[in-house]
Design a binder for this molecule. Sequence first.
Ligand SMILES: Cc1cc2nc3c(=O)[nH]c(=O)nc-3n(C[C@H](O)[C@H](O)[C@H](O)COP(=O)(O)OP(=O)(O)OC[C@H]3O[C@@H](n4cnc5c(N)ncnc54)[C@H](O)[C@@H]3O)c2cc1C
Length: 1010
Amino acid sequence: MPSPFDSVPLLRDIAGFYRAPEGECLSHLIPSAQLSPIEQPKAVARATRWIEDIRRTHKPQASVTDLLARFGLTSNEGLALMCLAEALLRIPDRATADALIRDKLGGTHWNEAIGTDAPWKLNVTGWALAITGKVIELDDTEWSSPGAALGKLVSKLGQPLIREAIKGAMQWLADQFVVNETIAGALERAKAPAKEGVRFSFDMLGEGARTAADAERYYKDYENAVEAIGAFQAVHKFKRPSGISVKLSALHPRYEIAQRGRVMREMMPKLVALCEQASRHDIPLTIDAEEADRLQLSLEIAAELMKQVRFSGWEGLGFAVQAYQKRAPAAIDYLAALARSHRQRLTIRLVKGAYWDTEIKRAQERGWDDFPVFTRKCSTDISYLACARRLLAADWIDPMFGTHNAMTVAHIHEISRDPAKLEFQKLYGMNDDLYRLMQKEGFNTCVYAPVGDHDVLLGYLVRRILENGANSSFLHSLFDTNVPIEKLTADPVAELQSHAEMNHPAVRRPPQLFAPDRANSEGLDLSDPFITEPLLAEIARFRQLPPRVNAIDTNSLDTMHALAKKGYAEWSSWPVEERAVKLEKLGDLLEKNRAELMALLIYEGGKTLADALGEVREAVDYCRYYSARACADFVVRDLPGPTGERNQSRLVGRGVFACISPWNFPLAIFLGQITAALIAGNSVIAKPASQTRLVAKRIAELIYEAGVPVHVFHLAPGGPDIGNAIVKLPGLAGIAFTGSTSVARGINQALAAKDGLIVPFIAETGGQNAMIVDSSALPEQVVDDVITSAFRSAGQRCSALRILCLPDKAADKILAMLAGAMRELRVGDPGRLETDVGPVIDHAAQQKLLEHVARLKKEAKEIATTALPPEAANGPFVAPQAWEIPSLGWLKEEVFGPILHVVRYRTEALGAMIAQINATGFGLTGGLHSRIESTVRQVERDLHVGNFYVNRSMIGAVVGSQPFGGEGLSGTGPKAGGPHYLPRFAIERVTSNNLTAAGGNASLLIAASK
Ligand SMILES: Cc1cc2nc3c(=O)[nH]c(=O)nc-3n(C[C@H](O)[C@H](O)[C@H](O)COP(=O)(O)OP(=O)(O)OC[C@H]3O[C@@H](n4cnc5c(N)ncnc54)[C@H](O)[C@@H]3O)c2cc1C
């Protein structure tokens, strides 16, 4: 059977492998990842010789390689160090810096972690303390015990010198990863190795620009660097010139496929200019590979560069390809075909990939059908080796191999026809021992060398520590003599074949994330144009909305209620498993009709594409989660008691439940309430919001199509009069309501005034949601999460961020970045892929928000307002905006739209800030960005909110993972999508049966006689 990788390498074919089944990809790769029986022992012998040599001669020093080898990521100490290195240098204030140090160095077990390995111990002690040794007095025991020494350090944190010394240590750590802070300094350091034939590829630190200003600054850095490297080469005329590596996410603040048009317009000219500048100096320029969802765009850019750059004989343009991606072989074929068709040599740097954990998490969160990367380390190795063979066979391609793995190097050396032409590349500071040996044996080598300030080092640093600190990493095991060399030189194919399944069982594929309880809802990869283009076309088919749904007559409610009572009698007698079958079918129907539902959400509800997709997924999750929970919980339970008596409890439906839902989640909240009430055995009268009746009507049709009997579910569209009338229905068994606090209060009072039953009232209401940031937080992460939390869904989520609380010392920096990032948002037609923020629900909502803006204009300070496009004049748009308000108390009520309020607080006044948030009386969502565990614990303990989010956005609660709902003015609980929700829709009945009534206790006699 021909390999699909052999087919015409068009972009569509590449996309076909994006999330392809792992086994399928690997079965095509395995044959070309193996060595012949003659080659294999030769490669193993070479790698073994190197490893033995390294283990014999390596002198432990306070280097990064040693640090990683010692601590790894499985120890608390490793993680503590990583966190300290990541955060300490950016903290501007003493109190937070001290808290972080205490947090990371105080509680861990350094003595055990460092062990008794004498040279190492000396070195680490030296590392941590040499810098501080001048500052504190240590006695002999303390000197020989790193734990004691660090403990003493921490106890003296009040002394400024100590803090500075630890900062110095972290600076030292950062220095191990960065060749120099300036390109001039870096070139100076490169001179000697370059004379010995080592080439450098300089990486100007900085990635993921959030603002146009950042992107411009990074561009200038690249431009200066190319100029400097070019001049350096002109002077020294090294045989193998050094070059530059470029991250495209640094050159554009929205380097993502959804913004393809802008990227092509705004970034391409800069990139072409950089390439031509490199071409003029005849130095190599390689484009780094970043997250998987950027690959498609990077390949499109490669094609454009081939068209636009005037190469004039330059052969230095290169692209990095990550072998851990399933698309790697097809991407190589594509680049090779580009090179061939333009008759232009290209370089390809083959790397294994640096974002593995991010890719796995992202795919799980987004509910994709599979991962874009392999799930076993040996599979990544197989892919790397198969790709290497492919590269070596390609004409018009000059391969470069980025790896620190001795066996990988030996394998490639073995399959190469002309090893003298190969180039191997390493990261600065990593596995110098191996590369020294390789150089002695005549290998061409290159060092990827980061240059820049420590404050932009962090993303790079953390990736390096993560990828090399894992137990599976070659570098982590290199110095561990407990790991036999045979393990390090093992054939990855043999290793893979020793496993029963290709996928790693510990890495759950997204569809199985909640197995065995239920299937995960299906997500779509909106970064894949081969998914989004047909999806958009299908959604467009439903653009013409059906006619408006009329309100029912209040008089018809009594009939509806009577029918619903009949429905209850029938439905509650069904076994719960049968009710569950219907709801699971409903979940499947939602997925089947996804495009139509998304169209309704977009064109009736103003949702963007991503929000509409997220909402369909949430609704599907409700169907499946509540079905699974009910089947587990609505069973007859035996209760303990004396012998001769059987005590059993069971949950049964209450009667006719009213479900009253808002317009902001016209599918997910609407259906969440309904499915909970139904699965518990109730019949339902559901009143959707007036603004979103079309969604509700379509859902009602699907509920019936799923097999829920007509008398069991009733749709009651209408305005507040219908809502009031429903609440007053005599004999109603309960109400589930989501909406404003004031309406909830009205319902509560109406229920209290009613004669007859006292029934459950489950209310989810508004929030005055705040996010607290401390100065240990990473501004980029804060800004991303603030934008998502405050502006996604045009701020019309109950969970949305309303008040951002910033520490006075870090506020200006964060606000400048936030303002820049807000300028990059796109407001407009929610049906377009590039739209970030759609309209608000209607003109009344717009008007109310604009009135609030008028007050802000008078009494607050504007931070930023996103520009509205001309088309916004045609709809109820409100520009995303951020304002600094005089105090938290200034904000009197929930502002339900894309308006963010900012307050500053003094670090020492964190407790008072929390008290002010609590004093609003609301308690829905809260957020915190901090690297300090003790702060996390403090805020978690003291902030009274139903859902607390740490170092992430505050929206998008996932059914079953983040049960959702507030306290205080924000709702009654229990939480939707949580384990305590369904019982509230049910009554509990207990039967106590005296089994001895008919005579004696036979079972006791039998049991006792055994
Ligand atoms: C010159 C150079 C340039 C680089 N440029 C880039 C770049 O542009 N983009 C980029 O992403 N990285 C880049 N890297 C980083 C590179 O991806 C890592 O250094 C590399 O993965 C380490 O591989 P190794 O062969 O040294 O180590 P090894 O220890 O042999 O392999 C580590 C690899 O295995 C993967 N892995 C670990 N566990 C699993 C698992 N369970 N399933 C699947 N895979 C697993 C890791 O993600 C990592 O890719 C570059 C590296 C070098 C040397």
